[in-house]
Design a protein around this ligand. Structure first.
Ligand code: DMJ
Length: 653
């Protein structure tokens, strides 16, 4: 359409329309734009720019520009379109005047062009006014609303915190009952005795170097010989001290245990402005303190565990009660990992609080901790599970699953472990946990467990129905879990689960055996012509993880097959050859290389788990018998809460 057609008022007697001038391309003094006088040009420019502004304004600033585009630019009057939301029942809501007109047209009002044009103009005017009104409201109110929201949120958190703290005016008295199976006897077998002594020496080396170079800090950098801090604990300090407590105790490193206790009494401080990982702090700090209390009966550990438990409670202040992953323990404000699918909390994180929180209620006499974790279970039980599987992501606001990724390794692992152990810890009375565990394991067997062409059993990862044929080092704990649960398996399946545990142990051993260092990679694959081998550079590292020796420990205890002691000793030799350095023990960047490339971190779980499980493999079974103890996911000891005899008696002060 020629522009002149839209601007008839500016047709010049000398030169016809502007369009003619532009289109005709005549001489400079003819009817082209050059022929206008300066004032005319100015007026023309002014009107033209006003018109363009109006058009843009209409397109971009009116509330429903798509309707406007179709209604004005393309001349398809909204008057002729059916309007679904106009068909309201009586009293549904107050009718907008424009909607009223549309409805009346729907009802058969005349449609002459002049009326339609008037309708359109009125509609534009109304839309425009409404948009202005809304914009004004938004601009005026938003900052206040934001401020009000922040204040309300703060108030809510403060109130929740007050409510959570109120019942803790002091801890009730507890009659400590001496723990079962902690008195140390030398192993009957001479070879085991010698090997166990070697493992104790490894613990001494790790501890002494931590003490020498990083005392009071979270972890040790054994190459740099200085402290290492991880953001997982915010600025809570002393992760290695708390994580190592119970290992020191069972290895009878009494002086070291006392040093650790004194440090905790004097320095362990939770009144810090720190954003922490709720999961990590729970499994390492709460778990470590509880375990130290149950082994030693020292009140300081119970007091600190409950104090920290209270600090973690605001993490549960979400619409569903599914806790945040991260929490500022000063402000009580929580959030989730920025990388987690759709703002979700992580299954292995919120699903790995149950054991510690049940014990916190037990030792504090306050049911609040148990209530929080029982609510998690309630939320999970209400949800539909895809193929019976638990996705790794759950949104704490909506209480709905995020991405349908399922893993028995990272992001999922200890959730399954805690279902089984919740049942065991309750002296097998928590039948709901038992059912959830066995149902989940059945779904895992059907959808995730596969055999390689050479017959290695592995647990793959499930992504919306597709399998990734990869198994993580973390997943290797599952061998021990299947074996530990075998006893309570549905009719006729006990042997099957024991064998499944043995098969997973065998596969994980292969993942170690197929490396140069004889220590397993972070993840190994069963595709592209390989089996139990890491193929990606970023999966070839080993960070002193315990899961493989953890499975060996359960398999040894439950079968006494000597191969598990043999495999455990291979791991000890590999640790000594490749991870031991002057300054402690270091992780490795690539277990397939022929020369060590150190990551320079002595992880606290090396002392809490790896060395503890190795020590137990070479101990007799009466040290920490499985009928009386369960291990939390960081290998901290929690007693089974026997129902027949009350081991811990709680009396209100
Ligand atoms: C430990 O902190 C725990 O075992 C946790 O469940 C998984 N990861 C580490 C050790 O690898």
């Amino acid at each position: 359409m020629p522009v002149g057609g839209l601007l008839p008022l500016f047709g010049s007697p000398a030169g016809g329309g502007l369009g003619g001038g532009l289109g005709g391309g005549g001489g400079r003094k003819g009817s082209g734009p050059a022929a206008f006088r300066l004032t005319e040009k100015f007026v023309l420019l002014l009107v033209f720019s006003a018109f363009i502004t109006l058009c843009f304004g209409a397109i971009f600033f009116l509330p429903d520009s798509s309707k406007l585009l179709s209604g004005v630019l393309f001349h398809s009057s909204p008057a002729l379109q059916p309007a679904a939301d106009h068909k309201l029942g009586p009293g549904a809501r107050v009718e907008d005047p424009a909607e009223g007109r549309a409805r009346r047209r729907e009802e058969g009002a005349p449609r002459d062009p002049a009326a339609a044009l008037e309708d359109n103009l009125a509609r534009i005017r109304e839309n425009h006014e409404r948009a202005l009104r809304e914009a004004k409201e938004t601009l005026q109110k938003l900052p206040e609303e934001i401020q009000r929201d922040i204040l309300l949120e703060k108030e809510k958190v403060a109130q929740d915190q007050l409510r959570d703290k109120e019942p803790f005016r002091g801890l009730p008295q507890v009659n400590f009952v001496p723990p079962i199976g902690v008195e140390s006897r030398e192993p009957a077998d001479a070879d085991a005795r010698e090997k166990r002594a070697k493992i104790k020496e490894m613990m001494q080396h790790a501890w002494n170097n931590y003490k020498g170079y990083a005392w009071g800090l979270n972890e040790l950098k054994p190459i740099s010989k200085e402290g290492h801090s991880s953001s997982l604990f915010g600025n809570i300090k002393g992760a290695t001290i708390v994580d190592a407590l119970d290992t020191l105790f069972i290895m009878e490193m009494k002086n070291e245990f006392q040093e650790a206790k004194s440090w905790i009494e004097e320095n362990l401080d939770f009144n810090v402005n720190a954003e922490i990982s709720v999961f990590e702090v729970n499994i390492r700090f709460v778990g470590g303190l509880l375990s130290a209390y149950y082994l030693s009966g020292e009140e300081i550990f119970r007091k600190k565990a409950v104090e920290l438990g209270i600090k973690l409670l605001p993490a549960f202040h979400t619409p569903s009660g599914i806790p945040w992953a991260l929490l500022n323990i000063k402000s009580g404000i929580g959030r989730n990992w920025p990388w987690a699918s759709g703002g979700s909390s992580i299954l292995a994180e919120f699903g790995t609080l149950h054991l510690e929180f049940m014990h916190l209620s037990h030792l504090s006499g306050n049911p609040i901790f148990a209530e929080k974790v029982m609510n998690i279970r309630k939320v999970l039980n209400k949800l539909e599970k895809p193929e019976g599987l638990y996705p790794n992501y759950l949104n704490p606001s909506s209480g709905q699953w995020g991405q349908h990724h399922v893993s028995v390794g990272g992001l999922g692992d200890s959730f399954y472990e805690y279902l089984l152990k919740a049942w065991l810890m309750s002296d097998k009375t928590d039948l709901e946990a038992k059912k959830m565990y066995f149902d989940a394991v059945q779904a895992i067997e059907t959808h995730l467990i596969r055999k390689s062409s050479s017959g290695l059993t592995y647990i793959a990862e499930w992504k919306g129905g597709l399998l990734e044929h990869k198994m993580g080092h973390l997943t290797c704990f599952a061998g021990g879990m299947f074996a530990l649960g075998a006893d309570g398996a549905p009719e006729g399946l006990a042997q099957h689960y024991l064998e499944l545990g043995a098969e997973i142990a065998g596969t994980c051993h292969e993942s170690y055996n197929r490396t140069f260092m004889k220590l397993g990679p972070e993840a190994f694959r069963f595709d592209g012509g390989v089996e139990a081998i890491a193929t990606r550079q970023n999966e070839k590292y080993y960070i002193l993880r315990p899961e493989v020796v953890e499975t060996y420990m359960y398999m040894w205890r439950l079968t006494h097959d000597p191969k598990y002691r043999k495999w455990a000793w291979e791991a000890v030799e590999a640790l000594e050859s490749h991870c031991r350095v002057n300054g402690g023990y270091s992780g490795l960047r690539d277990v397939y290389l022929h020369r060590e490339s150190y990551d320079d971190v002595q992880q606290s779980f090396f002392l809490a788990e790896t060395l503890k499980y190795l020590y137990l493999i070479f101990s007799d079974d009466d040290l920490l018998p499985l009928e009386h103890w369960i291990f939390n996911t960081e290998a901290h000891l929690l007693p089974i809460l026997h129902t027949d005899k009350k081991e811990v008696e709680i009396k209100e002060k």
